[in-house]
Design a protein around this ligand. Sequence first.
Ligand code: OGA
Ligand code: MN
Length: 285
Amino acid sequence: MHGEVIPTGAALGAEIKGLDLSKPLTALETDLIREAWLDHSVLLFRDQTLDDDALIEFSRRFGKLELSPASADDAAGGQVNSQPEIWIISNVVEEGQPIGALGDKEADWHTDMSYVEEPPMGSVLYSLEVPEVGGNTSFANMYKAYEQLPAVLREAARELTCHHDSSTTSVGETRVGFEGVWDVRDAPGAVHPMVRTHPETGGLALYLGRRRNSYIPGLELEDSEDLLDELWAHCTKPEFAWTHRWKKGDLVMWDNRCAIHRRDAFSPRVRRVMHRTQISGDKPR
Ligand code: OGA
Ligand code: MN
């Protein structure tokens, strides 16, 4: 039995040392990872050497895989030569074609694919090439954000839902096949409870998706905007967050049900290439 769990000391996240993820995991190792994942919401494994098959095989230990957003709906991002489960996240352009999605700009705080009825429970992101500076990924603990809301707001949030816009990516691009959003009340996407009960831990977590184009059904537009601004200002406070500075060979897996994430911008002159899988999840409730 290998695998040592070392919490980051921040509001979430832990590193697991001593596991080679290119080898099939034993049942005990898989259990250790799952338990640590549920406890810490984000896990880091350093110095891994994985091809796409190994990344897919590792990810499958934790659930059925979703097709990548690009394979599923033909959205932006080259995806040439990749398997349908792998989403390439990269700013690299080859022969005039981006090889992946999300470019080099800042990606705002978000939950992956919360705009579908059954959003993925988690994502697994593996780094093949990373810049020396910039492109860090931060995570925030939405259990703690919920717990530490003022009591009145905490009660109010439990009665509300949130509409999650499906038309726009975390870097602000309109997905292929969508028009821009002119009125957030008419945006496409799914409605979920604003506070979800984690199906495995039973914990309550604030579930907001992303700020851009969100709307709280039943509220006047202005009230929805004000409340969303207040909730976002709260949950993105540094005390709820941990930032990961990538090295090549890092694998990070996060629980999309109770953590949000964002990415810093980086120089367009440097290369960043990441491969991602997404593990199927259930309907938030
Ligand atoms: C993602 C994502 C951030 C990053 O993979 O879902 O938001 O650091 N990526 O590239
Ligand atoms: Mn993301």
